[in-house]
Design a protein around this ligand. Structure first.
Ligand code: UDX
Length: 445
């Protein structure tokens, strides 16, 4: 009989994982402690913007016409415990307030609740990003007959469905001996389809699996801060960081991905993951190994300040009484996520320094309004730039690159100056339409 799967925590990760498991043919029960979230998902609606996820839910959520009916949702731990052969724990581990370490309280609460209801012989699989050593500790919370595996998730927001159904790799950390072998066997069954389609399946011990996730994110953050450091040098020396990235990217050992200079990385993962990694290394007495991450973090934060300075300079030295249009609020395109968004951070700093900031974002307006209620928001990009003394392009939505007409925008602004904080617009097009176009790490035309 096919395995029955529960997914504990139905945020970006859990909701996508639950839908993907149903797509792979399993009976799935998603659990969350927030009833409103469960109500939405049970109706086939997604509490966030993630391309393709609503369509995937519609294919499987029970009660939706034409669906497979394989995916249901609940708030009941008893129901989840009785149902699942395999339980995926997908709750979040945000940064602790005022500290580098991550907050494990959601993971701990999920394991405590699950421990009280899980069936003998079931497998619990941690997917949350946790400090190394957590799996070993959490295995001790579960009843004797219940096995634990750690299976980190590498999905990117905006590509969550694709990344979950066709992962670059599947990493599974298991206990030693027979128990670990059983966990591996079950997970090979769960992931049989992606493995058959070519996803590598890497089996490790617990600490290695946990470290794969944090080290992968540290590497990505390092790549971005590296190119942003090069942008700083290009600015000082008169070089062009976009050309530099293109040229070094041709070296296959370096690769051309994740080399876009700009206002840096944000979101719910990279910033907090590198900080939590440093905090954990400190506890383990290995802090020296990761002191470079402190530099990665500060290069990243400096980019935001540098964007503010670029805007100040473009405005002749001050923000007071100036109108600043901000295109983009989310931390990246194709997401409505504004957590630690560089775009909103820049907008907020300029607002605090007296600028009149108006923000437009294709999908992130509601979340941005909640987080920064004092900023002004416009219903379209054209409305946002009306009367602007400077326009800041801070999240590289396709809509900004492809659908905006620089000539039309030039007619409504007070001053046709655009600063590209993502190095993503076609400089030539904007300049032809009469704009002063500047980007980070590139020479001024
Ligand atoms: C990241 C990891 O990529 C993913 O594997 C992990 O599971 C979760 O964390 P995500 O947070 O969705 O995913 O975003 P990602 O696409 O990695 O981008 C992170 C940030 O880096 C964004 O703010 C993005 O704008 C920025 N970025 C990315 C750059 O500034 N330059 C680049 O070249 C690439």
């Amino acid at each position: 009989m096919a395995l029955k799967i529960t997914v504990i925590g139905t945020g970006y990760l859990g909701a996508t994982h639950a839908a993907a498991m149903a797509e792979l043919g399993f009976e799935v029960l998603g659990l969350d402690v927030v009833p409103e979230k469960i109500e939405m998902l049970a109706g086939g609606r997604v509490p966030m913007y993630e391309p393709g996820l609503e369509e995937l839910l519609a294919r499987h959520v029970a009660g939706i016409e034409g669906s497979s009916g394989r995916l249901r949702f609940t708030t009941s731990w008893e129901e989840a415990g009785a149902f699942g052969d395999v339980h995926f724990v997908c709750v979040n581990t945000p940064q602790k307030h005022g500290e580098y370490a991550c907050d494990m309280s959601y993971v701990d609460a999920a394991f405590a609740s699950l421990a009280g209801v899980v069936r003998d012989g079931a497998l619990v699989v941690g997917k949350s990003t946790v400090p190394v050593g957590s799996a070993q500790r959490l295995a001790g919370v579960l009843p004797e007959g219940v096995e634990l595996a750690w299976n980190p998730e590498f999905l990117r927001e905006g590509f969550a469905v694709q990344d979950t159904l066709h992962p670059d790799r599947i990493v599974v950390g298991v206990a030693e001996g027979v128990r670990g072998e059983r966990a591996e066997k079950l997970l090979r069954e769960v992931y049989a389809v992606p493995v058959a389609e070519g996803s590598p399946f890497v089996v490790t011990d617990y600490p290695t699996a946990e470290l794969v996730k944090t080290s992968a994110n540290s590497f990505l953050a390092t790549k971005i801060s590296f190119i942003n450091a090069m942008a700083e040098v290009c600015e000082a020396a008169g070089g062009d960081v976009a050309k530099l990235a293109e040229a070094i990217g041709h070296d296959e050992r370096i690769g051309n991905k994740f080399l876009r200079a700009g206002i840096g990385f944000g979101g719910g993962c990279l910033p907090k993951d590198i900080r939590a990694f440093m905090a954990r290394a400190g506890e383990l007495g290995a802090d020296q190994a990761l002191t470079f991450l402190r530099e990665i973090d500060s290069i990243n934060m400096r980019r935001r300040a540098s964007m503010v300075e670029m805007a100040r300079e473009a405005l002749g030295g001050g923000f007071l009484g100036k109108r600043v249009a901000v295109l983009g609020a989310t931390f990246k395109p194709d997401s409505d996520d504004v957590r630690d968004s560089p775009a909103l951070n820049v907008a907020g700093q300029i607002h605090l320094q007296g600028g009149q900031v108006t923000v437009y974002d294709p999908k992130g307006m509601d979340n941005a309004r909640r987080l920064f209620p004092t900023l002004a928001y416009a219903p379209t990009a054209l409305d946002a730039v009306r009367g602007a003394d400077v326009v800041l392009h801070l999240t590289e939505w396709r809509e900004f690159r492809d659908a905006l007409d620089p000539a039309e925008l030039a007619e409504v602004v007070s001053s046709a100056v655009i600063l590209d904080g993502r190095n993503a617009l076609d400089a030539g097009r904007w300049r032809e339409a009469g704009w002063t176009y500047r980007a980070m790490g590139r020479p001024r035309a």
